[in-house]
Ligand binder design. Structure first.
Ligand SMILES: Nc1ncnc2c1ncn2[C@@H]1O[C@H](COP(=O)(O)OP(=O)(O)O)[C@@H](O)[C@H]1O
Ligand SMILES: CC(C)(COP(=O)(O)O)[C@@H](O)C(=O)NCCC(=O)O
Length: 268
């Protein structure tokens, strides 16, 4: 079977998905980065990987992946799959951001804000330039967990958030902006910093497209996608969509649209 294994190695978790030739995601999963060496990934004819978690995770993935299967470690490009990048150095863009942008463009082929809410929150703007997606730039914020954790480390009277495992207990919930205790105030600050930045980006992108009848969409993915969507204010909620596995879907498209672009070193 012509199955593709797509792997999205982030700074907290490794996510994977197995696609068939019709772009159907047959099975998917995730584990904390520390658990990857003990994880069995599904068999496939080809593998495509976005890794923003560094050399150590790369080595661990190389250890568990079969050596004889063609494996493509992607880099972000100036142009790929009908999306063009205006980043100063396109290859320096995180591969997860690039794959998410490619996937987001192919959902509506219209201007959109692309949010990846994980270890970091990235908020990227895609414009329409002659029916091609154009990545015009974006923002990197600490993620919802990291914002709270850094406060605990730097401020004597604020509590420390210790274990990554303790966080997911509340991942879908409206957080009152008028918080009335320290923990809630830290949470409200982190969530609203991310939501506020998304609204700022949305307003700025909409202003660039002020002639369009359709306001830009907001596509949200990543471990904290639901938390962010639950806390966006009502004026943008009807434009915001959670798209599960946006990075994996982008990897599928990158594998499909330009296999001839593979260089020898990328194939390994
Ligand atoms: N089951 C989970 N395990 C770990 N983190 C989770 C889980 N569910 C939600 N999260 C939240 O999602 C974040 C990780 O999201 P993810 O998109 O995997 O990030 P990354 O791509 O940076 O690895 C964590 O910082 C945490 O706040
Ligand atoms: C911004 C990121 C740290 C996000 O990583 P994540 O939260 O998905 O683990 C990653 O995309 C990255 O390392 N980017 C490289 C720098 C850049 O995009 O400009």
């Amino acid at each position: 079977m012509d199955y593709l294994l797509a792997i999205d190695a982030g700074n907290t978790r490794v996510k994977w998905g197995l696609f068939d030739a019709n772009s159907t995601l047959l099975v998917n999963g995730a584990c904390l980065n520390a658990e990857i060496v003990h994880t069995k990934l599904p068999a496939a004819a080809r593998i495509i990987i976005s890794n923003v978690a560094g050399e150590y995770i790369k080595k661990q993935l190389e250890e568990i992946l079969p050596k004889h299967i063609p494996t493509h470690w992607i880099t972000a490009k100036a142009s790929e799959c009908a999306v063009n990048s205006r980043y100063d150095q396109p290859e320096k863009l995180g591969t997860d951001r690039w794959a998410a942008l490619v996937a987001a463009w192919h959902i509506k082929q219209a201007p959109c804000v692309v949010v990846n809410a994980g270890t970091a929150v990235t908020i990227d703007a895609l414009a329409n330039n002659h029916n091609q997606g154009e990545f015009i730039g974006g923002m990197i914020l600490p993620g919802i967990h990291l914002m709270q954790k850094s406060l605990g480390v730097a401020a004597a009277q604020l509590p420390n958030i210790h274990k990554e495992k303790s966080i997911p207990s509340v991942i879908h919930q409206y957080q009152d902006i008028f918080a009335k205790n320290t923990a809630d105030a830290m949470r409200a600050g982190a969530i609203n910093a991310a939501c506020g930045a998304i609204k700022q980006m949305h307003t700025a992108l909409a202003a660039l497209n002020s002639d369009d009848k359709q306001a830009p969409y907001i596509f949200i993915s990543g471990g904290n996608a639901q938390l962010i969507k639950d806390n966006l204010l009502s004026d943008v909620t009807n434009l915001a969509l959670i798209v599960d596995n946006l990075v994996l879907r982008g990897l599928y498209l990158i594998d499909n649209c330009a296999p001839e672009n593979l260089t020898k070193s990328e194939k390994q």
